[in-house]
Each structure stands twice: as C-alpha cells, then as structure tokens.
Design a protein around this ligand. Sequence first.
Ligand code: ARE
Ligand code: CA
Length: 482
Amino acid sequence: MRRRRLRPAIIALAVIASLLAPGTVTAPAAVAAPTGGKKVIANLFEWNWPSVAAECTGTLGPKGYGYVQVSPPQEHVRGNQWWVAYQPVSYRIESRKGTREQFRSMVSTCQAAGVKVIVDAVVNHMSGQTNGGTGWAGSSYQHHVYPGIYQAQDFHYCGRNGTNDIVNYLDRYEVQNCELVNLADLKTGSEYVRSRLAAYLNDLLSLGVDGFRLDASKHMPAADIADILRRLNRPAYVVQEVIHGAGEPIRPEEYTGNGDVHEFRYGKDLARVFRSERLAYLRNFGEGWGHLPSSVASVFVDNHDTQRDDGGVLTYRDRGIYALANAFMLAWPYGSPTVMSSYTITNRDAGPPSDGGNRTLNTTCYSGWECEHRWPVIANMVGFRNATEGAGVSNWYDNGYQHIAFSRTGRGFITINDEDFPITGRSYQTGLPAGRYCDVIHGTFTNGTCTGPIITVDANGWFAATVPAHDAIALHQNARLP
Ligand code: ARE
Ligand code: CA
C-alpha cells in the first residue's frame, strides 16, 4: 500500500493559514485571467517556433487548448543548456528556437487555429556571465553592459555578504536587489529600465502575442511590475512567477493586483495526495488548503523547474498517475490550468534535442520529447474543462481513501479510482441529462462517435460501471452521442 496516513494536523494548519492570510487579496486583477471558454494553457517548453506553429494547427486548436506558452524568445547567451534562454543579452527576437520572422509566423498560425500565445518574458535580469561574451545572434556583452541597451548604472549591486548574490530569502531587500544566481539584476525602479522593458514587451505585442509569464517576478517589487504593465500598448494576460516559500516575507498575494500568480503549492500538495495521502482530501482542494484565490491562481502539476529540482512533484515519469493528476486538475474548478509538455530529461542542465550548433530541432513527439499535452487522457480532459467552464461542483463522493467522484453541475462528471484494486458494482449519480456519453478517459469523441466505451446515463442521472485500479471515467455534455 502506498499510502495510509492521516493528516488532520496538516488540514488544521491549512485552515489556520487561510484564516491568517492577509485581507489584501481582494484587489481586482488589473489584467483579467484568461478569458473566453478556452482557458487551458499548453506549455510547449523549449519547442522551436515552426514546431509550435505546427502543433497549434495539428493538436492544440483541435483539442481545445486556448493558449500556448512558449519559452523566452529573446537573444540569449550561447550554450546547449536549456537555461541559456533565461540569460538575455539583447531583446532581438532571435534564439535557438528561431528567428523573428518564424516567431511572427508562429503567432499568427496559432491564432488562426484559435490558440493564443503567452510568452515567457525574462525582465528581472540579464546574463549571469561574469566574463561576458557573444550572444546567440552575435551581440557582444559584459556581465553588466549590453551595448545600446543597458549600461553599468542600470543594474543593482547589493554588495551584501561580500557578494551581489541573493543568500537569504527571508530578507525582502536582498531578494529584490541582489542577483538571483549571479544574473545581472536590473534596476526595475528606474525610469529608463522600465521604459526599456516595456518597449520589449510592446515589441512582442506588436508581433501579436496575447500574454506574458513574467519570470522571477518575486525578484521585482509588485509596484515595479505594475508600472511596467501600465506602459503596455494594449491589454495582455499576465501571470507572475512568485514561488510561495514558507516564512518568506515576499508573498504571492502581493502580486495579484497585476494579474495571475503561479500557485506552486498546488502541484506539491497534489503530488503528496497522490503519492502518500488520500484523494478523499481533495474535496476542498485550492482555497480550502490556503492556496491563492481561485480567480488569480495559475496552476500546474509540474513546471520546467519543479520537474527537475523538486523531487516531490508528479511528472511525465509517473506515467498513468501523472495523467490522473492532470485529469483531476482539468476537472476541478480551481485556478487556471497549465499542462506541461516536456522534452525527455537526461540530466538537470541538458538542453532539448538540438543540432551541432545548438539550434533546437523540430519536435518529434515520443522520441526525445514527452508531449504530455497529447496524451489522450490529458488532451481529452481539455475538452471536459471547456465543456464545464463556470459550472460548480456537486455530487461529491469519496470512499474515504483513493476513490472519488464529482459532477460539474449539469455539464460533466468524473470518477477517479486510485486504489490498487478495481471498484466494481457501484452506481454513480452524475446529475447529467439522460443519454449516451463517451468516456473521454478511454475514448475520443469525434464527429458524433466515440472511439472508446459508451456510458449510458439513465433518466435519473445514474450509471453503473467498473472503474479499474488507477483509472477513471469522465463524461461531459460535449461528448454525448446523438
Ligand atoms: C544558471 C546556472 C547557475 C548560474 C547561472 C548564471 O544553473 O549556476 O549561476 O546560470 O550563469 C534558470 C535555471 C538556473 C539558471 C538560470 C539562468 O533554473 O539554473 O542558472 O536559468 O540561466 C528561485 C526564483 C525563481 C526561479 C528559481 C529557479 O525565485 O524565480 O529560483 N525560477 C525562474 C525560472 C528558472 C530560471 C530563472 C527564474 C532565472 O523558472 O528556470 O532559472 O531566469 C525557494 C524560493 C524560490 C526560489 C527557490 C530556488 O523555493 O522560495 O523563490 O526560486 O527556492 O532557489
Ligand atoms: Ca531584482
């Protein structure tokens, strides 16, 4: 048995934490959460632009993803590690992932497929190269000089602890004015730096992008970010990376006035539930656990950092359990979900499949690339999310352990069985209109037909079925047979 542990103490702590949370989280988001019926984001981490474009047309659009998040597009330091993308040396849209023209073309192709584009924007810092060098597109730079862009006076030099690096995350000043792992820290309080960063973001808007993931947001005061966002030429979706750290003075809640904020506790808590606790505890997952207000929370099972550095979270390596965790995320109406899509990780630093010049190769799903967003369970649950957007939860059921079920009132129903044994001889109240529904966990619904099992819901909203061990059944109104 993988799990049989009680956690009343943790529940109590979560309740206390939510009671103690500052009452300052109610300011309306300046930039709304993703709008429209299609809100699910696919994070095509480190995909090159032609491959992103092809995926928008071939998979993301048809499967109902509303957004694609792409890796940083600006010129970066040279090297084959994935994280070179997080060391800008200029704002030319020219990287291992492609040229400006390829980027522009990708954005319009995605939009034509009904998929909006969110760009990972690195605005807290420039490179971490103490000795300087030449960037991907040929720009030469020094650690604190980027000719024509930034000069020495545009950076912070905190000089604490005999270093410019952040040492103590419990010190607000240090976190925002010292260097994150030696990355030259921009003076985001200065007029010039703010206008230069806004010019970069506006350039991306001119190329058609719809939103930004603001990297390392914790390392910039929320007011600095607000000032930069006020300079944007048109509204854009914004999600900020502020990792909740126990006891840290800088809290994710400070940033909700600027837009959404990544809720890092979500993936960690969900992994703990699946690995060693009980799915039954998920009945109030989200705000009930002290997480951010649902309307400003951006959630994911894992992201590109946690899948490498946080052994606790579930990742593609967990296969079926990972699919079930994503199915839960997509079915449960908390926050705005992002589905991670990874390349196969051979070691922490290794970049994506690339040619001899470190140019990222076209994506080949299931060969060097995991393509979690294409896994049938996950991709079909995006349709479930779209079909149930806005509906509440009803008919919650749990067996006290690893078997749960709930409806998205009037529109969908899911039951997840993560027991080590099948659940047989049970009936489920779905609250759905009578009819024949495609079980989208095991089948795909296209042109009125289902490639998998069909579930018949009776006139009173019930159906009977066996749920195999570590499996699920999901029905929704848009996958109902004529
Ligand atoms: C690389 C090398 C370093 C080298 C540096 C400069 O690994 O050794 O000093 O280059 O040459 C990514 C990689 C880094 C990489 C960096 C630049 O992860 O390894 O450094 O790119 O190439 C904190 C931040 C959070 C940040 C995480 C990683 O608060 O913002 O650290 N996440 C984002 C991205 C990363 C990216 C960066 C920021 C930098 O998602 O992918 O780094 O652009 C507690 C705290 C957290 C803290 C966490 C880890 O949980 O609460 O705030 O996160 O610890 O320290
Ligand atoms: Ca900073």
